[in-house]
Design a protein around this ligand. Structure first.
Ligand code: PLP
Length: 456
């Protein structure tokens, strides 16, 4: 199924990494690009100092940096690449379409083809609108909910990290410079698995809440009945329920977390894995709401996702091919199975290195992340950095352990060996002090107010 790329000897040798070209390029990247990257989560402050700075190419789950170092990587384009880098059937589908033209003055037929395919896999949706970024479709869902209900306030889940680059969400984070307070104040927060915290908002702001937007599941599993109860509460109070399926879509189930949990929202948003790295996102939902963005009603019109590049044809072709492959190769089942295999091996290493309470794998097998804690069992960025540093020395880039179809048994085995060795260093750092093992400053949270704030 997945192509096998045996890690080279160099990738496995902790002493062999040369990052001199990355180091040379870094000042220029920061001079030309604010933050030195186009996504904060890829930035230098998110990785150890001894890390590949720039990637040149990728194949499957392997990448090569500007210095020629090879790594197995996890996360893969912030979870956008679930089939593997340079996955040929998808690349070829996009290329074939590119040769027929990328963008015309009337809609392309392929817009209808992909709409059909997406509506076929997302049970409760009647209509779909495409865009290029997840942020744009979650923002569109919020706008549509406000227009449909005639209400201004929105509710998001305060325990989940990210929904959009737009003001209605970023204004609620630490990194809110440039967002008018009036906008941030219209976004309220409830707590996951705490129905009372949501009910309290509906009571405090009667008939003012347009929508409740969250991920049906992120790291914590929903308590029995929780998602259904949220839906019922929304319907009782006249609000729209929106599931953000950017991460869960094409991962928990081909039909999304909504299918996995058997709760259909009024609107939902998809992106990331939908195009295996090509830029494509989708807003999906009930006709009664979605049609406000259409031409066949006499209510005030909603300006719904009308962008120049929204239906760029080769991204649509890529997505059509992705859906075909998911159906043919049982991709979701593979992600769960291979994630479970990795979980077992990492958990064994935690036990053998006496790291219980200090290192923990969290989340579903198809979406594994990890927590790092210090001697007092407090969350620690320094230990996170140390762990990533030791993995990188052994040829693994792992800000998470989110796998893809390309992570074959050999990759998992190599990763497990690297984790075991990194855990040995982790244990020593717990006993002797992390500063004795960390080569450089710790990583920092993405959404922080000032560049200088460093948590330990
Ligand atoms: C849950 C969730 N929603 C929305 C987004 C925004 O997607 P994009 O980066 O494509 O704008 C992200 C991105 O990380 C996300 O994780």
């Amino acid at each position: 199924m997945a192509s096998v790329h045996k890690p080279t000897a160099a990738a496995a040798d902790p002493e062999s990494k040369d990052f001199s070209r990355s180091r040379e390029l870094r000042p220029k990247a920061h001079e030309l690009i604010p933050g030195g990257a186009h996504t904060y989560a890829k930035g230098d402050d998110q990785f150890p100092e001894q890390a590949p700075g720039f990637i040149v190419r990728g194949k499957g789950c392997h990448v090569w940096d500007v210095d020629g170092n090879e790594f197995i990587e996890y996360g893969m384009g912030l979870r956008a690449v679930t089939l593997g880098h340079g996955y040929e059937p998808v690349v070829e589908a996009a290329y074939r379409q590119m040769q027929l033209g990328a963008n015309f003055s009337r809609p392309a037929k392929i817009e209808v083809d992909l709409a059909d395919s997406m509506l076929d896999i997302i049970d409760g949706a009647d209509m779909v609108k495409f865009a290029k970024n997840g942020s744009d479709v979650t923002t569109a869902a919020v706008k549509l909910a406000r227009a449909y209900t005639g209400r201004d306030l929105i509710v998001i889940c305060g325990d989940q990290p990210f929904f959009s680059t737009d003001d209605w969400f970023i204004g609620t984070t630490e990194m809110n410079a440039g967002v008018p307070r009036a906008i941030s104040e219209m976004t309220l927060k409830f707590r996951y698995n705490d129905l009372d915290s949501l009910r309290e908002l509906f009571d405090r702001f009667p008939a003012q809440i347009a929508c409740v937007l969250f991920e049906a599941e992120a790291i914590a599993c929903p308590a029995p009945g929780f998602l259904q109860q949220v839906k019922e509460l929304c319907e009782q109070r006249g609000a729209i329920l929106i599931f953000d399926e950017m991460i869960t879509g094409f991962r928990w189930h081909l039909g999304g977390a909504q299918k996995f949990h058997g709760v259909t929202p009024h609107l939902s948003t998809f992106g990331k894995a939908m195009g295996n790295g090509f830029a494509i996102a989708a807003l999906m939902g009930k006709r009664e709401i979605m049609r406000l963005g259409g031409l066949d009603h006499d209510q005030p019109r909603v300006f719904l996702l009308s962008t120049t590049h929204g239906a760029e044809t080769h991204a649509l072709a890529a997505s059509l091919e992705v859906i075909k492959i998911y159906r043919e190769q049982a991709v979701v089942e593979y992600l769960w199975r291979q994630g479970e295999r990795l979980r077992e091996l990492v958990n064994r290493s935690i036990t053998e290195n006496r790291l219980e309470g200090h290192f923990e794998l969290l989340g579903r097998s198809c979406n594994l992340v990890y927590a790092t804690r210090d001697q007092e069992r407090n969350p620690s960025q320094a230990f996170r950095t140390l762990f990533m540093q030791e993995l990188i020395r052994r040829g693994v880039i792992a800000p998470s352990f989110v796998i893809s179809l390309a992570h074959c048994d050999l990759d998992i085995q190599h990763t497990a060996e690297a984790v075991y060795e990194a855990h040995i260093v982790y244990r020593k750092a717990l006993d002797e002090g992390v500063q004795n093992y960390l080569a450089g400053r710790p990583v920092k949270p993405v959404n922080r107010k000032y560049n200088t704030s460093i948590s330990s």
